[in-house]
Design a protein. Sequence first.
Length: 258
Amino acid sequence: MTPNGILLRKVDKTYLLGFIDYLKKTKQEHCKKEKTLHVNTQFYYLKTLRYCLNRAVSEDYITVNPMSKIKNEDKPKRNRTERDYLTIKELTRLVHTPFYNILLRKAFLFSCFCGLRHCDIIALRWEDIHYDENGNALLSIIQKKTKEAISLPLCSEAIKHLPDRGNAPETEKVFAGLVSLGRSNVILHKWIEQAGISKHVTFHTARHTHATMMLTLGVDLYTVSKLLGHTNIQTTQIYAKLVDESKKKAIDLIPNIS
């Protein structure tokens, strides 16, 4: 146990219910509007804790995961259909907004222009990026989430946001030193506010941004699905619906002039 920690045996149903209540009431860090944590953020914090408790069971530190005693209706529900993304105009504004955490800035923008998840970016090594005889960059990895192999071309904008390799060996991580997903999300809030963007933005928003940008620019659904490494095209269709909604809003802006 750390000086400010808690014994595993004291993490019971009562403690977990208190933690869930704490998540619901906690305010976002560095947010001027004093907003509470987004429901998806609450969901992922609890998911992380559940994973840790499962590990504790497998390592024989505890016999039962107390999370199993929490009713589903008491847990934060993830909004599966909501996909916050940055428009091309907002992304341009972000590109032109400096930020003190240069590595995180590069990683987020790299994701916006190639669609990689945080877990894949943090594991990315220089040997995963290849160049063909024409100098075109190609990225080849095994996705952490799906365990599926993907190979995708990198556009010039994505390459711009790669860190300087210097003399780093091929086996070194491209974004060495990038902080965890949770910490990345906290730090990102500062940059998003500096850019004057009011949306709820997490690191995963970069992946949503890439998907909607491709569809907005006219790339077909099947190709976008392959670029994102989706195993089910229905997942990609969620982004298509977002683009359709944006088009509808744009049409509604046409004034009545007759």
